[in-house]
Design a protein around this ligand. Sequence first.
Ligand SMILES: N[C@@H](CCC(=O)N[C@@H](CS)C(=O)NCC(=O)O)C(=O)O
Length: 328
Amino acid sequence: MGKLVEGIWHDVWYDTEENKGRFKRSESQFRNWITTDGAAGPTGKSGFAAEAGRYHLYVSLACPWAHRTLMMRSLKGLEDMISVSVVHPLMGEHGWTFNTDFEGATGDALYRLDYLYQLYLKADAGYSGRVTVPVLWDKQQETIVSNESADIIRMLGGAFDHLGARADDYYPSELRLHIDDINAEVYDTINNGVYKAGFATRQPAYDDAVSALFTGLDRLEQRLDQQRYLVGNRLTEADIRLWTTLVRFDAVYHTHFKCDHRKISEYPNLYGFLRDLYQHAGIADTLNMNHIRHHYFCSHPSINPHGIISIGPAQDWSAAHDRASRFA
Ligand SMILES: N[C@@H](CCC(=O)N[C@@H](CS)C(=O)NCC(=O)O)C(=O)O
């Protein structure tokens, strides 16, 4: 774990002390957009037109933010248009690496680099900041288009439709305000909430995070009692964003991040929702529990110094659920 400061790698853990023991996630810095015609998107520069074969995703199969992008790539049928490299699940002194001694870790398919930070330096030799996945890379300009998963899933969701991506719309214009509201709440209390609980270094910081997290889960449980998905009865990006956290919860966050008030399997609607999406075509293939469990339990020595991977719960997500029949 570390970061780049003016192009130099430093092996440092998150500094929570400057925020009274609270974990603060940094803002992503590469915020360009791929668009149909290459015009500038909501942020960043122009020049990134959608083209089959031009872009590459760097992901970790462990990371919930990167996982969103793999889910969208799969749901939109973009596998042949956007290639992927998968980092090694262990994030150690050099940050994410391209070591290949773990099943499913592909190495860097484009440049054969050793470390992900070297890719950031290729894009910006003087970069200062964290070196995170996912990264959406432009093979033509040899630079990072975006390292913000929330933006990347929108681009994959819309910019490639004219090139033959599946037409399904996961951010339909009539639902955008609603989706934005849910995303904001889910991001703060759930997606980032588990990290705020897990990385807290003082009791009040942990208490606040874990209390907001379980209040948030209770609210979502009620919402999912009324409708199949978070925004009515159609699958949207809000569901994708929630799911990558839910699917890691009982096996990792419950134990490793001390989110142990309840398990997702104890919430009938959330657990039904988890299985519903798991059984949706194209989703289960994006999930790799080996990478997930290895990454978390072994990459955070200050939380789990001996790197022991817990046994984990016995759960069968292919078991029947009643979501489709209940909300038909
Ligand atoms: N806002 C970013 C967050 C990405 C992120 O924090 N990824 C984690 C992996 S789960 C990471 O690469 N962390 C490395 C670090 O913080 O040094 C996004 O959604 O894309």
